[in-house]
Write a protein that binds this ligand. Structure first.
Ligand code: NAI
Length: 285
């Protein structure tokens, strides 16, 4: 698939990341279809998109015509996973078997040329591509949260990814007004590999009773970080962040420096997933 031939983009997963990715694809002029198995999440994604676009108009960053054109490019579906598009970007839960099963299902209804991009934070692209027909079209396209604002995109080539596919995705990221960086395949890639210790060490300080959540966050902010680790985990999704740490712990052969925290696991078990569930390390309206 050449960059110039991309007309339609399918996004699988309408949660924290999928919603924002779909919004920017539609804003860039692509016919975009957003799929999720959860009807409530799809409704929420539709409302968030309309609200984000309205804020853009209020701030003078978009015209009302831009907003209407974006909405016209975007459709939402919860029917069976039969998206047939030029590029598919999956943004579902951070679990290898779910991501692979989605690409296997989509292989049956897409051309061998369709690019299968994963927004995974940590799972090696080589692993996701294993067993997928035409693995040369599987690539990492890792956006950052919030996807409609953050500029960075890591474009990750797995062992089988063709250079042409990586280049098409790099150009697509530019078209979406992002700053793509090419990365080789490794658990957590670049940003999450470095950033993991921000969360893991913050959680260790909490477990050891060195300081509470608010103190750690305030101190990290005072030292120049935009957010402390707990605020950031609430924004990311405590469940998603926990899955990413667990995936990296396993991928690095249980290296203790990536060991997931029991406090975080309890939050996940209790459904305290952060902003998206109204409660995480903090409580939200
Ligand atoms: P989320 O939990 O907010 O959303 C995941 C969505 O996937 C849910 O709406 C769920 O209903 C849907 N889903 C689950 N199984 C599905 C299936 N079989 N078919 C269709 N939809 C399905 O998760 P989030 O945070 O958006 O993360 C998604 C991916 O993006 C993960 O791989 C994560 O590592 C990655 N990511 C997350 C970031 C973050 O800050 N939250 C940042 C960058 C990447």
């Amino acid at each position: 698939m050449r960059f110039e031939d991309i007309k339609t983009i399918g996004i699988v997963g309408a949660g924290t990341m999928g919603q924002g990715i779909a919004q920017i694809c539609a804003q860039a002029g692509y016919k975009t279809i957003l799929f999720d198995i959860n009807a409530q999440i799809l409704q929420k994604a539709e409302a968030t998109t309309a609200s984000n676009l309205s804020k853009g108009v209020e701030r003078g960053k978009l015209t009302d015509a831009d907003k209407q054109a974006t909405l016209a490019n975007l459709s939402f579906t919860g029917d069976t996973l039969t998206l047939s598009c030029d590029v598919i970007i999956e943004a579902v839960v951070e679990r290898l078997e779910v991501k692979q099963s989605i690409f296997k299902d989509l292989d049956a209804v897409n051309s061998p040329d369709t690019i299968f991009a994963s927004n995974t934070s940590s799972i090696p692209i080589t692993r996701i591509a294993a067993g997928i027909p035409n693995p040369e079209r599987v690539v990492g396209m890792h956006f950052f949260n919030p996807a409609h604002i953050m500029k960075l995109v890591e474009v990750i080539s797995g062992a089988a990814t063709s250079p042409e596919v990586a280049e098409t995705i790099r150009q697509l990221a530019l078209k979406l007004d992002k700053k793509p960086v090419m990365a080789q395949d490794s658990p957590g890639f670049i940003v999450n590999r470095v950033a993991r210790h921000f969360y893991v060490e913050g959680l260790k300080l909490l477990e050891e009773g060195v300081a509470d959540v608010q103190t750690i966050d305030k101190l990290m902010q005072a030292s120049g970080f935009k957010m402390g680790p707990f605020e950031l985990m609430d924004l990311i999704g405590v469940d998603t962040n926990y899955s990413v740490t667990s995936s990296m712990f396993e991928a690095f052969h249980y290296d203790p420096k990536f060991r997931p925290s029991r406090i975080q696991q309890q939050k996940v078990d209790a459904g305290h997933h952060g902003r998206k569930s109204g409660k995480g390390f903090y409580t939200y309206e």
